[in-house]
Design a protein around this ligand. Structure first.
Ligand code: SF4
Ligand code: SF4
Length: 329
């Protein structure tokens, strides 16, 4: 992935693909789910996978909503692998069974991530170690794919110590661990308290299996400081919603809002050079990880939200992005 990413800047490295917006949970800080949507038809999902493969994408990460609610998820994963791409899955884990894990093995899944928000369920989140520990044991026993457990810190998390308990449990089971920083229900990032920062540092020092140490960009975020980086959303990272539109990311839905079927290398190159005003306080770690490959090159000379060139059609904006700044008049 890194070698291909270094060789050329003209293809996406990671695309997040949404097969269903519905979720079986309702975390209070989340703006990425509903309780009614139907799954995207499998034929349409396969077309989107093919389009991303044609664009030269390296990894497709399936998320949601809750992607395990899609009845033919394994077919989508199979298509990703048959086109030579890596397949990732982000799930809340509730629907995992031994049978489903074997079926994901069989489909060729490469990587799975579960975020666990607390030890005991509370009004903010039911993604809790108490409920999910049995799923982690099943994964440790049956999964042939890489499993990462993401613990979280931030204002929606009541007991910051929980993140440490979750990270240690993941490592104990032979899984890997990262730590994320949550924005609040309004999409705003609050600096971590002193105790939260201590825990953050402790998780990052847990050893080789703690991938948290690799996310150096999080040090500034944890202290509430602006972080200087080049967000390559719309270029090296794509977010494809259930309607098949390309967005910068889950928190900036609406831009550029172009159908994937019409997205080309011209758009990829254009967005590569576009500066994103929301970058300094961004918490989206997957986009920041992807950006690390190019941070040393390709200065961003174009401010965001300028009219696009005539050859790029701008689609109507959808009012979904909680953090979306207003475009200039
Ligand atoms: S499980 Fe994930 S998608 Fe579902 S409500 Fe919680 S954070 Fe949102
Ligand atoms: S929120 Fe983060 S990932 Fe999304 S466009 Fe802004 S800087 Fe990029």
């Amino acid at each position: 992935m890194i070698a291909k990413g270094l060789l050329s800047t003209h293809h996406p490295i990671d695309a997040h693909l949404i097969p269903i917006r519905r979720c079986n949970l309702a975390c209070s800080y989340c703006n990425e789910y509903d309780s009614v949507s139907k799954p995207v038809p499998t034929e349409e999902m396969l077309r989107r996978v093919d389009r991303l493969a044609d664009l030269g994408t390296t990894i497709i990460t399936i998320s949601g909503g809750e992607p395990l609610l899609h009845p033919e998820l394994e077919e989508i994963i199979r298509r990703i692998r048959s086109r030579g791409l890596l397949a990732g899955l982000i799930t809340n884990g509730y629907l995992l069974t031994a049978k489903r894990i074997l079926s994901l093995n069989d489909a060729g899944l490469d990587h799975l991530q579960i975020s666990i928000d607390n030890v005991m369920p509370d009004e903010s989140s039911k993604k809790s170690l108490k409920v999910l520990d049995q799923k982690l044991r099943l994964l440790a026993e049956h999964a042939l794919f890489h499993v990462n457990i993401n613990s979280v810190l931030g204002s929606p998390v009541r007991n910051p110590e929980d993140a440490l308990v979750v990270a240690r449990r993941a490592l104990e089971l032979g899984l890997t661990s990262t730590v994320g920083i949550l924005h609040d229900a309004n999409g705003q990032l609050q600096p971590l308290s002193e105790r939260q920062q201590q825990i953050f540092a402790e998780i990052r020092s847990l050893g080789k299996q703690s991938y948290a140490r690799l996310n150096s960009f999080q040090s500034s975020i944890a202290r509430g400081l602006a972080h200087q980086w080049r967000c390559r959303a719309g270029s090296r990272y794509l977010y494809i919603c259930e309607n098949g539109l390309v967005h910068y990311c889950s928190q900036q839905r609406g831009y550029p809002g172009i159908p994937l079927a019409e997205y080309t290398r011209v758009h990829i190159d254009y967005e590569y050079r576009t500066r994103k005003a929301c970058a300094p306080h961004c918490t989206i770690s997957c986009v920041q990880q992807v950006a690390m490959i190019d941070n040393w090159r390709g200065p961003q000379t174009r401010p965001a939200f300028q009219p696009l060139p005539a050859l790029i059609s701008l689609q109507p904006l959808k009012p979904t992005g909680a953090l979306r700044p207003s475009p200039p008049a």
